[in-house]
Every structure is written in C-alpha cells, then in structure tokens.
Write a protein that binds this ligand. Structure first.
Ligand SMILES: Cc1ncc(COP(=O)(O)O)c(C=O)c1O
Length: 399
C-alpha cells in the first residue's frame, strides 16, 4: 500500500531553523496551512511556530483548534458567513480588494475583537514586481487578481486598516525578497511609515530551510523593516517547514514495453497525489528501495532500517530506463522517464522524494485510485499511521 511517510525529526530540524530566524530577526514565523496541514504533526511544530496562515475559514478553524497562537487569514474573497466566524477566531484578516474591504468594513470595525485590538485588519497589496519564472505561481503577472496595485490605493479611504500584506515569491532566496521589498517600498513606503500601519506580512515562498538560503540577509531585512517602519513583521512560509521531510512510497504494479518505451506502472498517480509534478511541472528525485546489504548510496528524506536507496538517473544514464506512470486513464499521468541500475520488477518499492508539501493537501480520488496512507516516522523509529482512507471515503466524498 502506498504511503506518504513523514519524518517528525526532519520536520523539527526545519522548525528549529525557522525559529532561529524568527528569534534573530524578530519576525513572527507562521506555518502556511495551504502547504501542509497534517495536524498530527502539529505537536512537533507548535513549539517553533508563532501560529498559522490560513486561506479561509476551514484552515483558520484548523489553526485555532490544532495549532493555537496567531491566526492570519487571507482569501481573495470572503463569504458573509465565513467572515462572521473569522471575526471570532482570527488575529489578522487581510482583504484582497478595496471592494471586499468596503463591503465588510462596518461589520469589522464594530466587532469587539477589533475594538479591543485583538484582531487587526489589513490589505493585500500587489507590488507588481515579478521575480519568479512560473506564471502559475506568480501573483504579479499581468491581469493578476491577487492584491491591490499602488495606483488603486491612492486616495482610498483606509481608515481601520492597520496591516499590509504581500506575497509574491515561490521557492526563492533572500535576495528576491529584498528586491521585492525595495519595489514595494517605492510605492507603499509612505503608507508603511504612517502610524496607522502596525504590521507587514511578507507572505511565503521563502526557501529559508534550504542549505544555500542566505538567512543572515533575511534577518537583516526584517530587522531593518521593523526599525525603520516600526511595524511587526510576519513571514508565512509553507514549503520551508517541510523541505526534505517526507517521501511518497509507491509500489511497482506492472512493467511492460510498448511503442519503444519500457513502462513501470506505480500504485500512485501524479495527477491525484502529487499534482505539482504536472502543474509546476517538476521532476521529483526518485529512488529504488534496495536491501541495506546492497549498500545503495541515495539519501532520500526518510530512510528506514534494513533499506538502502539507489538514486534513479536521467533517461539512459543508468542501464534500465522506464517511464514511471500512474494507474489512471489520463495519458499524461506520468511522473517522468528515469533510469535505474537494476531492472524494475513487480512489487519493487519506489520512493518519490520531498513529498510532504503541496501533496497531501491536494490529493484527490481521481479514477478511484486508493489514497496513500499518511504515516509518521517517530523520533524513536516507530511508524504510526495517522490516516488511512478507504472505499467508504471515496464513495462519501462524491455525493
Ligand atoms: C498568501 C500566501 N502565503 C503563503 C504561501 C506559502 O508559500 P510557500 O509554501 O511557497 O512558502 C502562499 C503560497 O501560495 C500564499 O499564497
């Protein structure tokens, strides 16, 4: 049975780094639940996280119930009932447009938690400064619906607004954030400097836990912003909490040759279980699991006693090349072409690396493919299964 296997020790390793950055810079470090919301891991993360960033009511409820701490909510638009409940549980609510803000302004400003200062209200702005290369993940693309551009804010009634929020990065370094902040500062610096603005949320997309991330530069930027503008700074990475913490373990169901390709069909689907492989798109690191005695030298995020891991190569780099495909009818549901040092056979276990973030939160039951279990590798080496969906779950969610 396929499973997402997450190492709690690896999650804690990342969390420690994020907490160190928070401590050194004075930033509030939130977990973006859109990337990862497996609540059974929250006991591990809670000591290091200032709270969560939620994309709407459901994630905000999850944050309040399972993580505690600060709950920052941003959604491109709120439903009236959603906003009413958020007023009772969030600490920041950021609005995406002046029209949504105007629509809810009176209701917000008369709420006791706003009057007491327990809940603050902000606007997501669009600095219109792209640093990424993938349009799908770039909120600054022409025609973007995400955030308010500078020209629209000029002359707007911003009474009651105490926060600004931008999110523009995706898997990027400190320099891209610095460049973005400088662009933001040009257009919004005067507003940021005004006494009414008390917080700046610099979104996610910061690859802080990658070994080559320039954490000192991030710390310096946050310190500068806090001192120069007198605001609280919030960062809300998702992926950075999860980088190199989990794998998707799959099994080979069939191996055959067709139209000049050797195919290996796995018991997992790119479309249903790791859609970013198709959407972004990207090529995951892949390993064949071998007995420890073979001494294969790969280092996937999660390693188990008795196993070693043979890294797959580019097509034809190693002697045996396969197209790794899904057990679905979608022609393009292919993870990619990979070569292996030994032939694959039915029952072999294949690891798809770095599959904690933007995977479990995005899965579907497309084609009725059984959902991988979600398992945790505890620090003492025990494996606990925290989610196992079955046929009844498949049937229920389809109505
Ligand atoms: C508003 C906002 N905040 C935070 C994040 C988290 O980004 P990441 O997981 O890349 O750090 C996202 C991701 O799309 C986002 O849209």
């Amino acid at each position: 049975m396929a499973s997402f296997l997450i190492s709690l020790s690896a999650l804690e390793r990342n969390a420690r780094i994020l907490a160190e950055v928070a401590q050194a810079s004075g930033a509030h470090m939130l977990l973006a639940l859109k990337a990862f919301s497996t609540t059974s891991c929250f006991d591990t993360l809670r000591p290091y996280a200032a709270g969560c960033c939620a994309s709407g009511l459901y994630e905000a409820r999850l944050a309040a119930r399972h993580m505690g701490g600060h709950v920052a909510v941003y959604s491109p638009a709120y439903r009236p009932a959603e906003l009413a409940e958020l007023l009772n549980l969030a600490h920041h609510i950021d609005f995406n447009s002046l029209s949504q803000w105007q629509y809810y302004k009176e209701q917000c400003l008369s709420h006791p938690r706003v009057l007491s200062g327990e809940l603050q209200l902000g606007l997501r702005i669009n600095p219109c400064y792209s640093t990424g290369h993938t349009a799908l993940y770039d909120p600054c693309v022409p025609g973007s619906r995400l955030g308010i551009p500078a020209a629209q804010l000029a002359g707007a009634d911003l009474s009651g607004i105490t926060g600004l929020h931008f999110h523009t990065l995706c898997e990027q370094g400190a320099q891209e954030l610095i460049d973005t902040f400088r662009a933001f500062e040009k257009d919004f610096g005067a507003l940021l400097a005004s006494p009414q603005i008390r917080y700046l949320n610099m979104g996610g997309g910061h690859w802080i836990t990658k070994p080559d991330y320039d954490r000192a530069a991030l710390v310096a930027l946050v310190q500068e912003v806090r001192e120069a503008y007198g605001v609280e700074v919030y960062l809300e990475p998702g992926e950075a909490w999860c980088v190199h913490t989990g794998v998707l373990r799959a099994q080979v169901l069939d191996v055959f040759e067709s139209l000049g390709y050797r195919h290996a069909i796995l018991d997992v689907s790119a479309s249903a279980h790791m859609p970013d492989v198709l959407e972004m798109p990207y090529r995951p690191d892949v390993y064949a699991v071998r007995p420890a005695a073979e001494g294969a030298e790969g280092t996937p995020a999660v390693q188990l006693p008795g196993e070693s891991y043979a890294p797959a190569g580019e097509p034809a780099e190693l002697p045996h090349t396969y197209r790794l495909g899904a057990p679905t009818c979608l022609a393009g549901d292919v993870i990619g072409d990979f070569s292996f040092s030994a032939p694959l056979k039915v029952g072999d276990v294949i690891l798809l690396d770095d599959m904690t973030h933007y995977t479990i939160v995005k899965t579907t039951h497309f084609n009725g493919v059984p959902h991988p279990a979600v398992q945790l590798l505890q620090p003492d080496g025990q494996i606990s299964t925290v989610c196992r969906l079955d046929y009844a779950d498949f049937e229920r969610r389809l109505g």
